[in-house]
Ligand binder design. Structure first.
Ligand code: NAD
Ligand code: FE2
Length: 410
């Protein structure tokens, strides 16, 4: 099919879906916030009548002993807690099944998702599987395929980050197919989310940087896409403002509790925005770089983001200009074109200042056609992007990420 016709079909699909997406009432988790707020979780879990929780986390977190205080506090008030720390970064179906076995073996009746996006997404899927034993993870792939509600799910993010504590999504990796896919359902939004910046104080600078850029990408993609609403715009703006203000400072000084707190909030705001207004090609490409090479999600987003903004700028200049003003880069009376350019330059500066490379070390020319095909299969027509992209354009963009073309000026 010729590209102009294909584009018209995609835009028709967006026009049909937009009002439907707006009608969906996405639940919002109840929030517990502030330094030390994780201590409020055990009595809350008790209130829900849960006798034994499965705490889903990863080994990096258990090595740091980050959840030790919570486990002790739960046991002190008589709630059993089994720790499952078998989650890999970019969690796999195998990780989920191991979590399901741990849940059943220990006869749990509630779940704590404790960690970054990987443990949170794995915990969501463990919950979905134990409530729906007849359905495999693969059968739940895609949208709205989880029939029964999950056991009580309490999310404690330790990165600021994915926003998974308030989103309808869980991202799962299939290492055999070298693929990442999403499970989307209103049922996997956690009931409670604890935003405790004390848990984030030990996050190393490079993870602070990449997870922060993931949150920034959520806010920007939600904002420039075509499904935005006043609610998602407001949350995206709040997220951009905070991340511009605080991320680089926290990269340099991870012990700044106040700024850590701000970033935890920003990640949550960005999550509220993108779970309703959706994401775009930055994520479509990043998911496939993650699936094929295991590139960490936030890092892939950070590298791809300025390129997609260059590509889409003409169709979202006014929105980028507004974000530039919100982010303190200029004044509304300045020409939109200048502000939009400054906004994209700011992202390149942030990447440079936080030692984020301009290329993907593992990327190979021979993989580019396949990667582009997969990214576009994910994005078209599901993501309501400002500028539609075809195979040739996506391949050209990916070529800019080859290690050989890396240049320090980005
Ligand atoms: N569900 C959603 O809505 C959504 C949105 C975006 C991304 N994701 C997914 O989330 C995953 C990425 O999550 P992530 O970026 O948060 O990383 P992650 O959960 O994979 O964690 C990365 C590393 O950081 C370590 N870590 C986490 N918290 C720490 C802390 N406080 N101190 C020290 N180390 C800590 C972990 O041990 C791990 O080694 C990807 O699979 C991505 O696709 C999901
Ligand atoms: Fe993301």
């Amino acid at each position: 099919m010729k590209w102009p016709l294909q584009k018209a079909l995609y835009r028709t699909a967006h026009m049909i879906t937009k009002p439907l997406v707006k009608l969906i009432k996405v639940p919002v988790p109840e929030l517990i916030t502030g330094a030390g707020s994780v201590t409020q979780l055990p009595p809350l879990i008790q209130k829900h009548g849960v006798g034994r929780v499965l705490l889903v986390t990863d080994q990096g977190i258990t090595r740091l002993g980050l959840a030790d205080g919570l486990v002790k506090a739960l046991e002190e008030i008589g709630i059993g807690c089994s720790v499952f720390d078998g989650v890999q970064p970019n969690p796999t179906i195998e990780n989920i099944e191991a979590g399901v076995a741990a849940y059943q073996h220990n006869r749990c009746d509630g779940i704590i998702a404790f960690g970054g996006g990987s443990p949170m997404d794995c915990a969501k899927m463990v919950g979905a599987r134990v409530s729906n034993p007849g359905k495999s993870v693969m059968q739940m792939r895609g949208a709205f395929k989880i029939p029964k509600a999950l056991p009580p799910l309490f999310a404690v993010p330790t990165t600021a980050g994915t926003g998974s504590e308030c989103t309808v999504a869980a991202v799962v990796s299939d290492p055999q197919a070298q693929e990442k896919f999403a499970v989307t359902s209103l049922k996997i939004v956690p009931r409670y989310a604890v935003l405790d910046p004390e848990l984030m104080l030990g996050l190393p600078p490079h993870i602070t940087a990449s997870t922060g850029m993931d949150a920034l990408t959520h806010a920007i993609e939600a904002y420039i896409g075509r499904f935005g609403t006043p609610f998602t715009d407001e949350n995206a703006e709040k997220a951009v403002k905070i991340i511009f203000q605080d991320l680089e400072a926290v990269y340099l000084d991870g012990s700044d509790l106040e700024r850590r707190n701000n970033l935890a909030q920003a990640s949550y705001f960005a999550g509220l925005a993108f779970t309703r207004a959706l994401i775009g090609y930055v994520h479509a490409i990043a998911h496939n770089l993650g699936g094929m090479y295991g590139v960490p999600h936030g890092l892939a987003n950070a590298i791809v983001l300025p390129h997609i903004l260059d590509f889409s700028r003409a169709d979202c200049e006014h929105k980028l200009a507004r974000l530039a003003v919100v982010g303190g880069l200029g004044e509304a009376k300045e020409p939109a074109a200048d502000l939009a350019m400054r906004f994209i330059e700011k992202i390149r500066d942030m990447n440079r200042n936080m030692d984020i490379p301009t290329s993907v070390a593992q990327l190979q020319e021979k993989d580019i056609p396949h990667l582009a095909q997969r990214a576009l299969k994910e994005g078209n027509p599901d993501y309501p992007v400002p500028t539609l992209m075809n195979q040739q354009q996506c391949e050209a963009l990916l070529r800019k990420l080859l290690p050989s073309v890396e240049n320090p000026a980005g």
